[in-house]
Write a protein that binds this ligand. Structure first.
Ligand code: HEM
Length: 442
């Protein structure tokens, strides 16, 4: 997008970088891009990312300003601000692409299937997948954990949401899904050999597969997975959703939780191996809990130190930054003009390193989340906030905790030296060499 800047208006400090690409390359190559600009310019600055002049807000006050003005100064959600490839590959039926009333109604339907009251039913699936993967890793001894955790979280999501077993019976699903995911940030040229062209083809095949699962469900037998829950919920309330819309919603749910969740799982494994005190305390807590016949949400709630650790992992190594919004009309913040048609971003990572809120924010310290420490609203937001807060938040935390419980009770691992831990930012934060580990049963 070309922008003509009026030199007389007081724009936030910062650089717009090169024509067209702006500072996109610097952002992609430097995991400390926001940190450096935050140090130089403060809590509001301008840049140009992915062809869009962009204002970045940092800190809980800026987040409050953004979320309170969604739908007023800023678009409600990211759909107006994401690249064409993402829009086309997600489709207009996907929650993240919807706005206004339609978004609100569909969000209610999806949210009820993923909130804590509905989660107990997923625990046996998550546990049985966890046990299988742990056996596999014990046999493998050495592996790239991030790759494995991507398969692990996708296996869990496909089974919980659609009752598909991608490990044993539908291996093709995972390949189609990976190719589709590669197209999301690609140049939107639909030729058979481009990433976008291949992704469009895979999208149709995936939607067909999901469509045939939907057609196999009946009112009497809607299924005991997330799809079944959605069908039943809509039937009981006389809500009509087209099959295409349900297909697109499910495809997005699989996507939205996949890279983010595998990023957080990888960070847990990496951070716990480095922080032996936290690992010991986690183990002590599990010893105190004792043998568990059937894991439940209520039982997991008793594990308060585990809760602190998971929150600290998400604070210290948030999987993603806040996605962009479009500025709908000129507005002012802290004396600066935020111009119409620019993008605006909230920075999760830098907000969660605010030293006025967190003691030693660049150190991993689960005590940041002990009972006594109160924090201002919107100073901890790994799942975003406002009308777009992550609908999969409870599900993600549950999966993180279940893997952590199994690992801490029975397994050991050692991160291999001589590998790169440089943070790669897309599709979600992960170490460059994928966290190569040695793994064994205690
Ligand atoms: C650790 C794991 C996860 C992280 C860090 C994460 C992070 C986020 C963030 C930051 C947003 C806010 C986007 C915005 O401001 O526009 C979001 C939205 C969303 N997330 Fe997650 N997420 C995770 C897991 C999941 C899972 C497991 C699912 C699905 C089961 C999921 C589904 C969604 C959906 C559908 C939205 C869009 C909500 C809307 O537009 O109303 N996420 N997520």
């Amino acid at each position: 997008m070309t922008t003509i800047i009026d030199k007389n208006i007081n724009l936030p400090p910062g650089k717009l970088g090169l024509p067209f690409i702006g500072e996109s390359l610097e952002w992609l190559l430097d995991p400390n891009f926001f940190q450096k600009r935050h140090a130089k310019y403060g809590n509001i600055f301008k840049t140009n990312l992915f062809l869009n002049p962009t204002v970045v807000l940092i800190g809980h006050e800026g987040n409050k300003f953004l979320f309170e003005n969604e739908g007023i100064f800023f678009s409600d959600g990211m759909s107006l601000a994401v690249p064409t490839s993402t829009k086309k590959l997600m489709g207009s039926g996907a929650l993240v692409m919807q706005m206004g009333k339609r978004h609100k109604e569909n969000r209610r339907i999806i949210y009820q299937a993923l909130q804590s009251k509905s989660l107990d039913r997923y625990i046996p699936i998550i546990e049985s997948q966890t046990v299988n993967y742990l056996k596999k890793w014990t046999a493998q001894k050495t592996f790239k954990w991030h790759d494995e955790l991507k398969n692990y979280s996708l296996s869990i999501a496909t089974e919980c949401f659609l009752s598909i077993d991608i490990v044993n019976s539908d291996i093709e699903f995972s390949k189609l899904y990976t190719t589709w995911g590669k197209g999301l940030l690609s140049v939107p040229v639909a030729l058979p050999f481009t990433n976008f062209g291949k992704a469009l083809k895979c999208r149709e095949l995936l939607l067909e597969k999901i469509g045939s699962i939907i057609s196999s469900r009946t009112i009497e037998n809607p299924g005991n997975d997330l799809l079944g829950n959605l069908l039943l919920f809509c039937k009981e309330r006389d809500i009509t959703l087209s099959s295409r819309e349900i297909q697109e919603q499910l495809l997005t749910l699989l996507f939205a939780g996949h890279d983010t969740l595998s990023s957080a799982l990888t960070s847990f494994c990496q951070l716990i191996s480095k922080n032996s005190k936290s690992k010991e305390k986690l183990y002590e807590e599990q010893k105190w809990i004792g043998d568990i016949d059937t894991l439940s949400i209520a039982k997991i709630k008793e594990m308060t130190y585990l809760d602190q650790v998971i929150k600290e992992v998400l604070r210290f190594a948030p999987p993603t930054n806040g996605p962009p919004r479009k500025v709908l009309k000129d507005c002012n913040y802290k004396g600066y003009v935020i111009p119409k048609d620019w993008n605006i971003l909230y920075s999760i990572g830098q907000t969660q390193r605010d030293e006025t809120v967190y003691r030693c924010p660049y150190e991993f310290n689960p005590d940041n989340f002990d009972q006594q420490t109160k924090k201002p609203a919107m100073s901890f937001l790994p799942f975003g906030s406002g009308s777009r807060e992550c609908v999969g938040k409870e599900f993600a935390i549950l999966e993180l905790k279940i893997l952590a419980i199994h690992l801490i009770r029975k397994y050991e691992w050692k991160v291999k030296p001589k590998q790169s831990f440089k943070k790669i930012l897309l599709p979600a934060v992960h170490p460059r060499d994928g966290l190569i580990v040695e793994f064994w049963k205690k």
